[in-house]
Design a protein around this ligand. Structure first.
Ligand code: ARG
Length: 573
């Protein structure tokens, strides 16, 4: 990456004993500049240095810039300038930009694959729906964000384990089994598994209001399940399988895959050892019959690790699971993509995990906000009923089909359907991934599908248009980028250069919005470029070839970028 090259040149200036002036731990930071009037890259190192030396920052900047100019390879920069309070701005030369583009063009299919994660492993846990319940929009956000983060880590060279942690254990299954035995029947569950199980569960809770002893019945059934009672085990297994079938339908529509499917139930056997270890190490103590870990030092409320009836808990299962993942996979990081609402849970879990020691992986909570309707209230149907995930997905697909039907009139029905699927699901995912995940997102159907706004369809359509030009032009045989010398071309090349860095940043911060914004601004530049540059009408053969090669790089980066967000990019629209 050219940015790294610049950083090395700057760092070199601090190599000699005499000028080792950088304060301890401070590294020269090179940042990419958006406004090309201020160059392509910039560093504030002179200002940091001046502060430390008690000198005038501009003066230090001028001295440093002079040294850099001298040390830099000839023709790398057009100029190196000091601006404002001491920023050093780097303007790449035309030659450098052309050479960089030539590299990108040669490896365009792989461009954006970086190796910062080589030899490292990361577990990305996402989706995590609960058995016998509907997958809801919160799970949808986790699914979309987690899948994209996993793709991004892969592009960075990490070995990624895509992990689905199913909510398949807990006392609620005792209640469900009781309700099924009492009021349920096989045919009804077979016909509509999740809906029927949910109905039974809700019915159970209604009945508890008038018959308090039912609580005990539920607990008894759960105890039997824990003890391996055959009938209960079989029922639980069946409910689980039926639920998984439904989840898998949704994953198929969304194009989501996992390497590991494991439920909370898998850690049941590891609970007792964890609990006794917590006791033995003096970390947990009895409190009103339950077992708790004090987290005063961490400024957190006590963590409950076992209930008074001995039942294990969500947090304890998470501890067991974290230890197991560390042991089996030896990852450097475990990322939990879970809603903001569970922040306290993860803070407590991570704190207890640290005390007891579960392994060396960094545990990180990648949290996200709610999904809201257009009115910024809970997402609901016109009648005010909470909208279900399946309805939401089919609605976006119907809308996308209508839009594509209009837009792609020349294509066959089958092709149109495929494109509409990519556009609809893309719209859904992009609407999520373009926002800072901590904020709530709004479901504004029109904006999501707006072909001229900041949306997946806009990006997909931009690329399809570029492809149309490339296809029309036919094969390009020889390219020499030396003929490219306009502002618009240089702007596009610089934007292409930023791609690997945006990927790296996303993996470091666990945010996808910067990458989404990047693809959007690349597409805006590309649209501007071909609206002002008549590529196919260009008379100079050499120029035409270079333009075409440039837009193939852009097309490839838009595609790769979308794919990293888990979004397909149809060749034509
Ligand atoms: N199944 C849980 C839910 O739907 C989310 C699980 C989150 N992951 C975890 N390791 N606790 O709320």
């Amino acid at each position: 990456m050219i940015k790294e090259k610049i950083k090395k040149i700057i760092d070199k200036q601090f190599d000699c004993a005499h000028c080792k002036q950088l304060p301890e731990g401070v590294e020269a930071e090179v940042s990419t500049v958006e406004n090309l009037a201020f160059g392509h890259y910039s560093t504030n190192v002179a200002m940091r240095l001046a502060k430390d030396l008690g000198r005038n920052p501009q003066e230090v900047g001028l001295e440093l810039a002079a040294k850099i100019r001298e040390a830099a390879p000839k023709n790398l920069f057009e100029k190196v300038e000091v601006a404002g309070p001491g920023f050093i701005n780097f303007f790449l030369s035309a030659k450098t930009l052309q050479a960089e583009l030539s590299e990108i063009y040669k490896n365009r299919k792989d461009y954006g694959n970086i190796n910062v994660g080589k030899g490292k492993k990361v577990i990305v846990e996402y989706s995590q729906p609960n058995i016998a319940k509907k997958m809801h929009v919160g799970h949808l956000r986790s699914t979309i964000i987690g899948d994209s983060l996993a793709n991004i880590f892969e592009a960075c060279g990490y070995k990624v384990v895509r992990w689905n942690y199913l909510g398949d254990w807990g006392t609620q299954f005792g209640k469900l089994i009781y309700a099924y035995k009492q009021w349920g029947n096989k045919a009804a569950v077979k016909k509509n598994p999740i809906e029927e199980l949910l109905r039974l569960y809700v019915y159970f809770h209604d009945q508890v209001k008038t018959d308090a002893t039912l609580g005990d019945r539920g607990r008894e059934e759960f105890k039997k399940l824990e003890d391996g009672d055959r009938e209960n085990r079989a029922l639980w297994k069946w409910f689980r399988e039926e639920s998984l079938k439904e989840f898998k339908k949704i994953y198929k529509t969304l194009g989501i895959n996992f390497d590991v499917w494991i439920g909370e139930s898998a850690y049941e056997k590891q609970m007792a050892p964890i609990i006794s270890e917590l006791k033995k190490k003096g970390l947990a103590k009895e409190s009103e019959g339950a077992l708790v870990v004090d987290l005063t030092e961490e400024n957190l409320p006590v963590a409950l690790v076992a209930k008074s009836d001995g039942a294990s808990l969500y947090l304890t299962r998470d501890l067991a699971s974290a230890r197991d993942r560390n042991k089996k996979y030896k990852p450097q990081q475990i990322i939990y993509v879970v809603a903001n609402e569970q922040t306290l849970h993860f803070e407590q879990m991570f704190a207890v995990a640290k005390k007891i020691g579960v392994g060396s992986a960094d545990l990180k909570h990648a949290k996200f906000g709610l999904v809201l309707g257009e009115d910024r209230k809970k997402l609901s149907t016109r009648e005010g009923r909470a909208i279900q995930l399946e309805e939401l997905i089919s609605k976006i697909l119907v809308l996308a089909e209508a839009a594509i039907d209009k837009k792609s009139s020349g294509l066959s029905a089958a092709k149109k359907r495929k494109i509409a699927h990519a556009v609809g699901i893309g719209a859904l995912k992009y609407n999520d991934l373009k926002e800072n995940r901590n904020s709530d997102i709004v479901f504004d159907w029109e904006r999501m599908l707006d072909f001229s706004g900041n949306s997946a369809p806009y990006l997909q359509y931009t690329r399809a248009r570029l492809n149309r030009i490339i296809k029309k032009a036919g094969k390009v045989y020889e390219v020499d980028f030396k003929v490219l010398n306009g502002e618009a071309e240089f702007g596009l090349i610089k934007k292409l250069l930023d791609f690997p860095e945006e990927i790296k940043k996303s993996a470091e911060t666990l945010y996808t919005n910067n990458l989404a914004t990047y693809i959007f601004s690349l597409a805006v530049l590309a649209n501007k470029f071909y609206e002002t540059t008549p590529i196919l009408k260009e008379e100079s053969k050499a120029k035409r070839a270079a333009y075409l090669a440039l837009i193939s790089c852009v097309s490839e980066v838009i595609k790769r970028g979308l794919n990293l967000l888990g979004i397909e990019s149809p060749e034509e629209i």
